[in-house]
Design a protein around this ligand. Structure first.
Ligand SMILES: Cc1ncc(COP(=O)(O)O)c(C=O)c1O
Length: 484
């Protein structure tokens, strides 16, 4: 059945009414009305697609909180195609992309070495059930690059984290885990939790409706980078199966607590608590060996995904044999009296080791191996320079935003926006829309550079920021030359 086509409503009257009740000045109302109309016109096919699919498609992805004021721009840009650092939307607009597949596309969009590997596999077919030809090779490559002993494959990062926690609990025989506030570990119920600030006893409460309190009773939420957290871990050591850590959080790339991580490693080693590094974003990004190599330590288990799948869905659980043997009972040989002796936990998934994911991962890992750490060095340096240039400009303008980076991940270091300062918050939301309107594809104020981004791309982004700020000044959303 063909979906009935819905036409976009004429919104100018509603918009005018809405703007008039939003406490904006006349100058701001006029500017915002013009901007919203321009933005909607520039991306009208994206908007139309959203409108047409909304009755059938339940999708809240990547849009941020709904703000009635920006309702007419609340839709995702629909991509038509991509290459290198660029994407093109269905309206024919070109963007320098800094979302980069939410951190997947370290080599830019559609790099030929991955595309060719995928096409070759498609020619051979997609065999799920029998083993993929390259799965052992991929595991070995991961072990070589990360220093981990054994590797197992899932389809997403969420599954990888969920399985890593299960393994840690199975092997240690303990129930509780520690996570740190500010860390995102995917959408497994067991990590969709936040600190219980009311009771202030490091216990956790569900982050969202539908997550049962029983699911989070065995989780402590501690402050990341705070030495007091180490003391709390010591107090609970007998009960702790694992400490789960995102070494550098996407939301706070400036927080890189090397000493804390080393102390955490020592403590968890001494108390036989599994240290799990969630390297979904940092893995294969900051260094070929991920954050562990960068900070000079080794976790017991690490979870990976994103980059390593080369655009295909993937999750990796890698770790010491002591833990990973819980997947298959441990290593054994033919022709002798060995057999799988370790007690197992349950692990499965129809799509695990999908031939397309495996072949893409092989291409990515081989490429990383052949390029060596200079690929990361150059890209990390380039991102650091980009962020320095951006910060320089933001400081000169007196804007309440400073950026930080961890390798090719960049994001807000200090967004000095309090709830009372709603003008600044509004300006920051508008900045995002202005950058999109200038052809910079981004979600919030964070993003990723890839090896495909050129100096020209970086200058383009910097200029777009400057132009957007000037426009926001002209609309009365930023003061002409004073702090917000
Ligand atoms: C640190 C971290 N862990 C886990 C996940 C979940 O991965 P996925 O979205 O592949 O399930 C993410 C996703 O962004 C992540 O950043």
């Amino acid at each position: 059945m063909n979906a009935p086509k819905v036409t976009l409503p004429q919104h100018s009257d509603n918009l005018t009414k809405l703007l008039a009740t939003a406490g904006l000045t006349n100058q701001q109302q006029k500017y915002l009305r013009d901007f919203i109309n321009r933005y909607s016109d520039r991306t009208k096919k994206s908007k139309q697609i959203s409108q047409n699919s909304r009755p059938f498609l339940a999708d809240d992805k990547n849009l941020g909180d709904f703000n009635l004021l920006f309702k007419e721009m609340y839709y995702p840009i629909v991509a038509h195609c991509s290459l290198g650092s660029k994407i093109w939307d269905v309206d024919g607009n070109e963007y320098v992309d800094v979302i980069m597949g939410l951190g997947i596309n370290l080599f830019g969009h559609n790099p030929s070495f991955i595309k060719e590997a995928l096409i070759a596999q498609l020619d051979k077919g997609i065999q799920i059930g029998p083993q993929s030809e390259v799965v052992g090779e991929v595991a070995e490559l991961v072990a070589q690059l990360t220093g981990m002993e054994r590797v197992c494959f899932s389809n997403t990062g969420t599954e990888a984290v969920m399985s890593a926690i299960r393994i840690a609990r199975a092997v240690t025989g303990r129930n509780k885990i520690v996570i740190f506030s500010g860390s995102y570990h995917g959408h497994f119920d067991g990590t969709l939790i936040k600190a219980n600030k009311v009771e202030n006893n490091h216990s956790a409460i569900p982050l969202t409706p539908g997550v049962l309190p029983n699911f989070v009773n065995d989780v402590l939420v501690l402050e990341y980078g705070n030495p007091e957290s180490l003391e709390i871990i010591k107090t609970h050591q007998q009960d702790l199966a694992a400490v789960l850590v995102v070494p550098v959080q996407t939301s706070r790339p400036g927080l890189q607590p090397k000493e804390f991580l080393h102390q955490l490693r020592e403590l968890t080693q001494a108390t036989e608590i599994a240290l799990i590094f969630d390297e979904m974003v940092t893995g294969f990004r900051i260094h070929p060996g991920g954050a562990q190599a960068y900070f000079g330590l080794q976790a017991d288990i690490a979870t990976y995904g994103k980059i390593v799948g080369g655009g295909m869905p993937i999750g990796l659980i890698a770790g010491k044999s002591k833990y990973m043997d819980a997947i298959d009972g441990g290593v054994w040989n033919y022709g002798d009296d060995s057999y799988p002796q370790t007690k197992k936990t349950f692990f499965a998934g129809t799509f695990c080791k999908h031939p397309l994911a495996m072949i893409a991962a092989k291409a990515v890992l081989k490429y990383l191996q052949s390029e060596g750490s200079s690929l990361h060095q150059k890209l990390n340096e380039r991102t650091t320079k980009f962020v320095a240039a951006l910060n320089n400009y933001l400081t000169i303008e007196g804007l309440p935003l400073q950026m930080a980076n961890f390798g090719s991940l960049f994001g807000s270091a200090s967004l000095e926006i309090s709830e009372e300062n709603s003008a600044a918050s509004l300006a920051m939301d508008l900045l995002k829309y202005h950058l999109l309107a200038q052809g910079v594809h981004l979600l919030g104020v964070s993003g990723y550079l890839s090896t495909a981004h050129t100096d020209e791309d970086i200058n383009y982004i910097l200029q777009a920021v400057k132009d957007s700020v000037e426009q926001l000044k002209s609309g009365g959303f930023l003061p002409s030359c004073a702090s917000v």
